[in-house]
Design a binder for this molecule. Structure first.
Ligand code: CA
Ligand code: CA
Length: 186
């Protein structure tokens, strides 16, 4: 090989080496860039799944809370407006007690009733509802002012049912009971 040919071979070899190093550097940068992109996308995906599960959990909590509130409200509004057997008192009559609602038979018997976990009317504790609580309150109101409790009976009782979970309110229902009919709203 002549001296000229030898210089040409070294020049080509040096160019090839630079191209190879440039290619390696580009691949390295490209690789880091892709990792960052994937990492960001992965973090965003985890965040989206987490938000979705939180939203789904809240919907399930609210559905369960609504069911618990509706069932107790329906039970209360099925009772008589006023005690049908004993001398009526506001709240449970003495013979009915305050530890079980099994023999409650009028609406105001349920005033200040609460149970956690919730119970069926016969006193059986509902399963898998640890942390859940139901409360009921009954007040006299006037037909033209359902929001203000009064002390005398003017023929209208307002029933409030509250459901909470681990001390946090989930839902509150209001029901209206008169001597003639009953209505509920949330
Ligand atoms: Ca009663
Ligand atoms: Ca009563």
């Amino acid at each position: 090989m002549s001296a000229t040919e030898a210089r040409t071979v070294r020049r080509n070899s040096n160019r090839a080496g630079r191209r190879h190093r440039a290619g390696a550097a580009f691949s390295l940068i490209e690789g880091v860039f892709c990792t960052v992109i994937v990492g960001v996308m992965f973090a965003a995906a985890v965040g989206a799944v987490g938000s979705s599960r939180v939203a789904q959990y809240k919907v399930q909590q609210r559905c369960l809370g609504r069911h618990l509130a509706n069932s107790l409200m329906a039970e209360i509004l099925q009772q008589d407006y006023v005690e049908p057997v004993d001398n009526p008192v506001f709240g449970p009559e003495p013979a009915e007690g305050q530890t079980s609602r099994a023999i409650y038979d009028d609406v105001d018997d349920y005033h200040r009733w609460s149970a956690s976990p919730p119970q069926y009317k016969d006193g059986t504790v509902m399963l898998d509802l640890t942390g859940w609580k139901r409360e009921a309150y009954v007040h006299y109101v006037r037909a033209d002012d359902l929001g203000t409790a009064i002390s005398s009976d003017e023929g209208v009782k307002r029933v409030t049912v509250k459901v909470s979970h681990n001390g946090l309110p989930v839902i509150t229902l209001w029901g209206i009971c008169t001597r003639n009919d009953q209505q509920t709203e949330e």
